[in-house]
Design a protein around this ligand. Structure first.
Ligand code: GLA
Length: 728
């Protein structure tokens, strides 16, 4: 049993980790431990100092040492004497906000719980267990149900929360975080992922300060600017050594991660829907379901933690036909043509791509409505026959006849004011009556909480998918959301819209991915503006960034790799000078970087020289040969591009018989030693032959001494070394 309850102690055991909590004599649920398996009750670490200005619960009588403000709480509520960041806060009918949560009961079940309307980790009945702990505020009857999913073999624990109003009057939930974890001891740093459009998920690792640090989004999406995933690392933790905890929120809307170091150096981490863009009225008898957090920890550094997240996302989050399989190598016309194309141009690009071994033509923005620029047309999901003479069906057929699959772009959640849809249904756009809306990329956002809107989108999209042989959909979303207001809710409940928007989005995605299981859905939001575990439940890959510059991409993909698997990372070779940075890099370097992802091209291949075309054909062959290793092997970060003059990574097969080292050396230097790189994840006692030179090394030598990189001439030079175990 992964979940055991002994003497009031709840133990969640995975192959290598242990999570413990216990309700004390007052019914307060204390967090005891999250870390390595100790085979011991960890409550001896609880301390009861008499700290000035710490309040004491009434039943503690004269015990000044018993305080919610100093004890590690499993799920901290607002208003009853724990002055640290709360996980939950509500307003009752009488205007008060206290929530005194005490242990009520628990249930253990086989299998993993699901969450109505929200994505969640799934597992076979025998591979997971669920623990449900009910906490209750007796004065009002409000209950909080803590949900724990234990996927023991994956070393993962999931958490979610249900707020149940068992009282007789309605309440307003001001915050209902999915995760609250208290860590009383240790010297901690946190790692979060910040960025901007075309430069997502930059790694920032900083010590905790006294007070609260935050990483969050109020944009209606998980955002380019911060990512809903975070690491807490003990000081000195590296890729291979030291303890760290990782948490990833399965949610694609505004989120909040806060980490607090309190007066006693204790750490609290909370994570969930951003309370700044959230309030939820809960009628008597109703329930609210918070999204899920995926939690894992590692005693052997961040590399192992990443593997655990990669595995859980690939095996227990992503779904559908393409979840574990290879993906088609695609050519996308966006950077090749932007809006200026017709069927001839597309067919010409496809023909050249087919000759070079590429599997699928993806028609990006501009194929529908009046869409010659980004100022019009969104919402009109019918083909633009001025551009595509003969219609979509004919184009798809012609591409299919070349032996290629066909994929298409949608931006379902948006509407242009200059569109037939907006002229027909201006009331479907999110805007506040009496105010001008904020426009962004000239467009407005559709109210995804309105079922008329989602029904319309379902009808038009499913019709196109039904009538044409489309095998891939790129689901884009190109702006942040504000002006929150919906006609579907009364005025005192407007702040439910941001979450209801996400529920509407997930509902539509569920319906379409369910009805078209053979279609590969790729998520996108101006590149990686909605790159999160929630989206990966519907789309096994996400366009990683609108920045296709190979140099900058190494940084973006480096940050992305901490939580998200390589198979989830859409990555393309584009033209030079690069359209975002003007940088020149060789076709080889661009290929190497794009191969660390779901591989494709995004340029007019007809414009390449014969040598470059040959290189492309070679890359496509190489990628197809390596795809199993790249997707199913373990991914190792072998250098940190923020600190070193290179970004090098490796894929090592799970049976340790093969390793592919790839990367980019940024700047050449004269009169110096060659760079040395240490490998990881090999079998120490095995021998490995470097394919390129035939040289044989021991696994031990490659991991301890490393290997010298080739002599580098020029900047942003690609490195590739392939090792195969020598069979004894
Ligand atoms: C976004 C996407 C791009 C492309 C354009 C089309 O920016 O990230 O890949 O699809 O939209 O408008």
């Amino acid at each position: 049993m992964a979940i055991r309850v002994e003497n009031g102690v709840f133990q969640l055991e995975t192959a290598n980790t242990l999570y413990q909590m216990k309700a004390d004599a007052f019914g307060v649920l204390n967090h005891l431990w999250y870390g390595a398996r100790t085979d011991c009750c960890m409550d001896y670490l609880l301390d009861y100092p008499d700290v000035g200005y710490a309040g004491n619960i009434y039943e503690a009588g004269d015990k000044r040492t018993y305080s919610l403000n100093t004890l590690p709480q499993e799920y901290a509520a607002y208003g009853v004497g724990d002055f640290r960041i709360p996980a939950v806060s509500v307003t009752h009918e009488d205007g008060s906000s206290a929530l005194d949560l005490r242990f009520q009961e628990y249930h253990v079940r086989k299998g993993k719980y699901g969450i109505p309307g929200l994505p969640a980790v799934y597992a076979d009945e025998n591979d997971a267990e669920t623990l449900e702990i009910v906490l209750k505020d007796t004065a009002t009857g409000v209950e909080v149900v803590l949900l724990y999913g234990v996927i023991a073999q994956a070393d993962v624990i999931t958490r979610s929360v249900i707020v149940r109003n068992n009282g007789t009057t309605s309440i307003v939930i001001n915050r209902a975080h999915s995760l609250c974890i208290d860590i009383p001891y240790g010297d901690w740093e946190w790692v979060h992922f910040h960025g901007r459009h075309t430069m997502e998920r930059q790694v920032e690792r900083v010590p905790l300060i006294h007070g609260i640090q935050e990483s969050s989004s109020t944009r209606g999406t998980s955002s380019h600017q911060q990512n809903p995933a975070v690491l807490l690392c003990e000081k000195g933790c590296t890729e291979t050594e030291g303890f760290c905890i990782g948490a990833a929120l399965m949610y694609s809307g505004g989120f909040q991660t806060q980490v607090e170091k309190d007066q006693l150096e204790q750490v609290r981490l909370v994570m969930g829907i951003n309370p700044d863009t959230f309030a939820w009225t809960l009628e008597a008898g109703a329930c609210f379901h918070a999204p899920e957090v995926i939690l894992s920890c590692s005693e052997h550094g961040m590399g192992l933690l990443s593997h655990r997240f990669h595995e859980i996302i690939r095996n227990h989050v992503c779904r559908g036909k393409y979840k574990l399989s290879g993906r088609p190598v695609l050519i996308n016309n966006w950077e090749a043509t932007y809006f200026a194309f017709d069927e001839e141009k597309i067919e010409k690009i496809a023909k050249q791509a087919a000759e070079l071994g590429i599997d699928m033509m993806v028609l990006d923005d501009g194929w529908f409505g009046k869409r010659d620029s980004d100022t019009s047309g969104l919402g009109d999901w019918f083909v633009n026959e001025t551009k595509l003479k003969g219609g979509l069906g004919r184009l798809v057929e012609r591409i299919n006849r070349m032996g290629m699959k066909f994929g298409i772009w949608f931006e379902p959640e948006m509407v242009s004011e200059d569109s037939e849809l907006y002229r027909r249904h201006p009331e479907w756009a999110i805007r506040i009556p009496g105010r001008n809306p904020m426009r962004s990329r000239y467009q407005l956002v559709l109210d995804m909480s309105n079922t008329e809107v989602t029904e319309y989108l379902y009808q038009v999209m499913s019709q196109i998918l039904r009538e044409n042989h489309i095998e891939y959909v790129k689901w884009d979303m190109n702006r942040s959301i504000c002006d929150w207001y919906t006609r579907t809710l009364p005025k005192n409940r407007q702040m439910e819209l941001p979450h209801r928007y996400i529920l509407g989005l997930y509902g539509l995605l569920e319906r379409l991915t369910g009805e078209f299981p053979d279609v590969l859905f790729e998520g996108c939001s101006g590149g990686g503006g909605r790159f999160d575990a929630g989206m990966l439940y519907y789309c096994p890959q996400i366009w990683c960034s609108d920045d296709t510059d190979a140099h900058e991409r190494t940084f973006i993909q480096y940050g992305t790799s901490f939580f998200y698997p390589v198979s989830a990372v859409g990555s393309h070779v584009s033209a030079v000078p690069n359209h975002q940075t003007g940088r020149m890099t060789s076709i080889r370097t661009r290929g190497t970087v794009a191969m660390a992802g779901s591989f494709g091209y995004e340029l007019d291949l007809n414009k390449l020289s014969p040598e470059e075309k040959e290189e492309v054909a070679g890359q496509v062959r190489a990628y197809k040969g390596y795809q199993d290793l790249i997707y199913n092997g373990f991914y190792y970060r072998l250098s940190n591009p923020h600190e070193e003059n290179r970004c090098i990574w490796a894929f090592v097969s799970k049976d340790q018989t093969e390793a592919l080292v790839q990367g980019v050396v940024f700047r050449a230097a004269s009169n110096t030693l060659r760079a040395r790189i240490r490998l990881a994840g090999l079998a120490a006692d095995a021998e490995y032959r470097l394919t390129e030179s035939g040289h044989v090394f021991t696994g031990k030598a490659l991991m301890a001494g490393g290997v010298l990189l080739p002599v580098i001439q020029g900047d942003d030079v690609s490195v590739e070394m392939h090792f195969r175990q020598v069979q004894q």
